[in-house]
Design a protein around this ligand. Structure first.
Ligand code: LMR
Length: 329
């Protein structure tokens, strides 16, 4: 199994396997769906640079951004198959494996990135990240992106009454579907790599995303309206394949692990600044009319969306809700 695993990593000159000394000469693939100028894109680059530098070039990290290797509908199965060694999906894409991955979709759950980080670093978050181990997948560290905002091509949205007849693309999951149901709108899950075209062609009228995803994918070009709402989040974790991980000798693993830490540090430190900057760029480009809501207007959304907490309490868990609340303190 060992030889097969490393063959899948792309190089056949391997310095003897996990028992031998010396840094293994391997190529590691990291696939993701977003642009480079985003928290995830920058985290991946920092990780690559660290690992290649610290291994004196013995380890190569190939990054495939923009769904150029795998899209978000097939990156997980390719991680399970060890065709790729690292992915960092939006956690809400795992709701089919475990409904607790709906946490980033719970309305207004986290006050800021720090609270989301505290949740995923905490006991409950770690438990959820470990829940893919049966598939041979290890959840390593949470990487934040940020709060999501609404865009649509039909009308200005400043109240929950404005959704009538609209259909929104979501990242998927039962909670997001329920949220749009409460708003009286339709929803549909579409892969991120197909979203620009879907918006452009009017397959759906709108979508929700972070400023950095909206700006880097130019969704504002094809969406006349944007409402700053921060009602849900995009948060990632970096995942690896267990067989690949176990094939690394101590020295190699130490470098790769420290590389993951470096990527984590950059993603966590840069996420807010990258999103703030993307918001400025969206304003400057001027394609989309931006609505910023008053606290009263935001409260109206909180009130309408609140019932999802009761609806999903059994599936997600009272203990998880408690940990989410505690993470904000
Ligand atoms: C989306 O599908 O909109 C995002 O989850 C993409 C990403 O990975 O940030």
């Amino acid at each position: 199994a060992f030889t097969l695993v490393l063959a899948a990593c792309g190089k056949d000159e391997v310095a003897g396997g996990s028992d031998s000394d010396g840094i293994q000469e391997i190529t590691i693939k990291f696939s993701h769906v977003v642009a480079e100028n985003t928290p995830k894109g920058q985290g991946a680059i920092a990780m690559k640079e660290y690992i290649e530098r610290e291994s004196d070039g013995k380890i190569t990290v190939e990054i495939y951004p923009n769904s150029s290797l795998f899209g978000d509908q097939d990156e997980y199965q390719n991680l399970v198959a060890n065709n790729v060694q690292f992915i960092a999906p939006d956690l809400s894409k795992f709701v089919g494996n475990n409904p607790q991955f709906n946490v980033p979709s719970l309305p207004f759950a986290f006050d800021n990135d720090e609270a989301a980080i505290a949740f995923w670093d905490g006991e409950k978050g770690q438990e959820i990240l470990s829940s893919l181990e049966a598939d041979g997948v290890i959840g390593l560290k949470m990487w934040p992106n940020g709060g999501k905002h609404l865009t649509n091509d039909e009308r200005q949205i400043d109240s929950p009454d404005d959704f009538d007849g609209l259909k929104f693309r979501t990242q998927g999951g039962q909670v997001l579907e329920a949220l749009y149901g409460l708003l009286g709108a339709g929803s549909e899950s579409i892969p991120f790599g197909e979203l620009y075209t879907a918006l452009d062609q009017g397959v759906v009228e709108g979508q929700e995303n972070t400023f950095s995803n909206i700006e880097s994918k130019k969704f504002d070009e094809v969406q006349k309206y944007m409402t700053v709402l921060n009602h849900t989040r995009v948060d990632y974790a970096i995942f690896t394949n267990t067989k690949f991980w176990d094939s690394l000798n101590e020295e190699t693993k130490a470098i790769v692990e420290a590389g993951v830490e470096e990527g984590t540090k950059v993603a966590r430190e840069e996420a807010k600044a990258l999103n703030d900057k993307a918001f400025e760029t969206i304003k400057e480009r001027g394609f989309t009319e931006i609505t910023e809501l008053t606290p009263e207007q935001i409260q109206a959304f909180r009130d309408v969306l609140q019932p999802v907490y009761d609806e999903f309490e059994d599936e997600i868990g009272t203990d998880v809700y408690e940990a989410v609340r505690a993470a904000n303190e």
